[in-house]
Design a protein around this ligand. Sequence first.
Ligand code: GSH
Length: 189
Amino acid sequence: MALAYAGIAVEIREISLREKPPSLLAISPKGTVPVLQSDGLVIEQSYDIMKWALRQSDPDQWLCAETESLIDGWVAKNDGPFKKLLDQYKYPDRYPDIQLEETLAQAMALFLGPINEQLKASPYLLGPKISLADIALFPFVRQFAMVDPDWFDQSELLFVKQWLNERLESPLFISVMQKYPTWHDTTQE
Ligand SMILES: N[C@@H](CCC(=O)N[C@@H](CS)C(=O)NCC(=O)O)C(=O)O
């Protein structure tokens, strides 16, 4: 989304995580996606790719010097504690000692509840305008909601639900959420 918003043309190589192409591992041995390659530059974290894109073009000021540390704070909370709870919720078989109720209670207390409070006070995480914080976080909230849509629908997260729906219905999200053919080094290089 950040790349499309910034108007940066990219060649997208959708890969199979079960069969990672050697060309990916050659530039980024850690083997996670996304990875962006631009001339001699390799960026291996999605948040860094987003910031890289916005530093080139940011027509609606999703990121600025005054807001960067606030946005970093939301992203750190997302990538740390919330991502851990999301994994517990998505893959309960991997965490046999953790009760579902405990995961949900923690997710509400640490992350979803505070987001809901923030969105009750203002339409976006940082206030009246959309920012990189909204764009960086909503895909994770989407994943959480998708584990058990009935639970999410009946939850008290009214403002989170509205915010998520708006993002999912945005032309930018819809425009980038396409199916891409899987890249294979041998056939295409
Ligand atoms: N912190 C990284 C996380 C990237 C990540 O874990 N990506 C997953 C897919 S969403 C992955 O590539 N997993 C590697 C695997 O499953 O082998 C980022 O934000 O880019």
